[in-house]
Design a binder for this molecule. Sequence first.
Ligand code: ADP
Ligand code: MG
Length: 342
Amino acid sequence: MKPSAPSEFSLIEFIRSQDQAMPENLLRQIGDDCAVFDPAKMHRMVASTDLLIEDTHFRNRWTTPRWLGRKACAVNASDLAAMGAAPYASLLCLGLPTERTGAYFREFILGFLEENRKYGMTLIGGDLSASLKVTVAVTVLGSIEEGEPIYRSGARAGDLILTIGKLGYSRAGLEHLRKHADLDISSIRSLDELEKVAGCPEAAAWLEAHNLPEAQVTPACWLRRGGLANAMIDISDGLGNDLLHILEESGVSAEIDLARLEAIAGISSVETSRDLSLNGGEDYALLFTASEQQYDRIRSAYPAAWPPFRVLGRITPGRGELYLLESGRKTPYSRKGYDHFE
Ligand code: ADP
Ligand code: MG
């Protein structure tokens, strides 16, 4: 970094000086060459990583550094949730243009740590570098104390297909930003202010879903511990695309009843609302399958305070085909989600 910029050491010191929970089996965190932990209590350890690049995955004008820090953590926690694993630790690699090593950096770190705390994770290390665009690479570790993760490959014919979390709102937010491309929300301080800039409460809810996704960690761990789901994934590329992953890995087919999709508040066209819900992306909702018996147990024991679950359809025998049911008609689904290399 340039001499006028804060030194790498002072940036790391800022991170180190923040309050963080110390899991008892963590022996060394930030400050040595590696973090060290005692894995004795972990029956299974899961790991995942994700990359967020300015102008590819996000625009600085369309979020705030605090929210970007939170989202960078939440999308990774969502991958842990998809396995039913408890978030344990994160590592953060950050590339920043020199002019973003001040308030932007501090806000980002505060957001990242706030979200880590929320999911019970500790930031244990990382790296920093100057770069032309903001580049965020987060690695997360999750633990399973007993039993096995829930894989994409466990769906069986006859299972119900369920979701937890809203679908399509995040994409509605992205479309709103694209339509109002000169909107700059980067210096907003609160969600109340967001509503003023967005123009209406519905659009503010879409923007919130897009910028502050919620990882469904608690319900996911509950489902796994109770043996209540056969296959699970988090919806990052749209319901249709991610359900196809389950179907392909499990060697089954499925039917989704479009009438069961929740209407998106503020979208008057049923067709648009269904399209966003099916093909949106970045929802970070949980998608899982459960047998009738598992579903009975979910219905009777699922805490009312958690985000509600919805039954959207059923797994059928087959070879990876997805069908949509609409007013008695059955049509094959074709992939429409977002592909970075298209
Ligand atoms: P090294 O030269 O071994 O890569 P660094 O000087 O880059 O070490 O980092 C010193 C310590 O600070 C290490 O423990 C590293 O994990 C931690 N660290 C560096 N960058 C970050 C970051 N962005 N977030 C958390 N910890 C970091
Ligand atoms: Mg380093």
